[in-house]
Design a binder for this molecule. Structure first.
Ligand code: GLU
Length: 311
């Protein structure tokens, strides 16, 4: 069985992505698992093979190797569609003709958000359209997205970092109106097909996990173990981004950081190495035996804190 890191190849990895990659690698290696890299390049406009190569090279520079071929989601659309067909067969898919704006207006006009549903959850406008109403929209030239038909399901899981997490599932998009499969569906299918039983990723995705648990149940897949790890935030309190300064390996190198400096800072920032431990003695391999998901902090780090950890 395997663990994985699943970046979108839309740019260079920054310190936050690199830290998640390190933790995913440590989680897999410390439990004797293979470690796979999957490129989540569903959005072919922003993804590129150059970014992909760079991301893998940057991981390798930190000592993070991987097993097997790198899988690209852009090459697996048929696989995703066949699973959407399976969900359609069991009555769990409906076409949705709404524009983003229509959905936003419906949410804004509702007196209060539907109890317990995730923020921005689809308010169900197209859930119960009649055949005539669908035909009318098609005649007006609208192409539908496909949504999951939920039935008020609620899912709970025990995250190895965060502890107990639960949430309701909304009618999430399975395929966009342009036919591109959506994130939650693709991830669930890939994790099953690739025999991934350990998922380590940023904790911004913890709220999407109940959706993935429902999809796994409907498709008869096993649920992997989850470790949602903290993000690195930029100076404005938002998730770290390129504009926040020297955040990629290349940018940090231009400021005099070695790959070993970066690795040491990432390790110190989650308590895997002490500040007094010399940078040169900290390698990815040396951290494998120290890795314990229950000891990973649950609150984010800031870019400034990371920079201060360089010795
Ligand atoms: N592609 C997602 C990201 O870059 C990660 C998805 C996942 O690990 O499930 O944030």
């Amino acid at each position: 069985m395997s663990g994985r890191f699943a970046p979108s190849p839309t740019g260079e990895l920054h310190l936050g992505n690199l830290r998640t990659a390190l933790l995913a690698w440590l989680a897999a290696r410390s439990t004797g698992r293979d470690f796979l890299i999957r490129m989540e390049d569903l959005d072919r406009v922003t993804s590129s093979v150059d970014h992909e190569r760079r991301q893998v090279a940057d991981m390798a520079a930190l000592g993070l190797d991987h097993d097997g071929e790198i899988v690209r989601q852009s090459e697996r659309f048929d696989l995703y569609r066949s699973h959407i067909d399976r969900l359609t067969t069991i009555g769990r898919v409906y076409p949705c003709y709404c524009t983003r704006r229509e959905i936003r207006e419906e949410i804004d006009n509702a007196a209060s958000a539907p109890h317990g549903l995730p923020d921005g959850a689809y308010p169900g406008i197209c859930r119960d359209l009649t055949a005539d109403e669908r035909a009318e929209r098609e005649a007006a030239g609208r192409t539908p997205a496909l949504r999951l038909r939920t039935e008020g399901e609620r899912f709970e899981f025990v995250d190895r970092v965060l502890g107990r997490v639960d949430g309701f599932v909304d009618d999430v998009v399975l395929a966009r109106a342009d036919g591109v499969p959506a994130y939650n569906l693709a991830v669930v299918v890939d994790d099953d097909v690739q025999a991934i039983d350990q998922v380590v990723r940023g904790d911004d995705l913890a709220s999407s996990t109940p959706r993935q648990l429902l999809l796994q149940q409907l498709l008869g897949f096993r649920t992997p173990e989850y470790q949602h790890v903290p993000l690195v935030l930029g100076p404005t309190g938002k998730r770290l981004a390129k504009r926040d300064g020297a955040v990629t390996l290349a940018e940090l190198a231009a400021d005099g950081w070695t790959a070993a400096d970066v690795l040491a800072v990432l390790a110190r920032s989650v308590g895997l190495a002490s500040h007094t431990e010399p940078t040169g003695s900290i390698t990815a391999e040396s951290l494998v035996d120290r890795y314990d998901p229950a000891a990973i902090p649950t609150s984010p780090s800031t870019y400034a804190e990371l920079c201060a950890l360089r010795s």
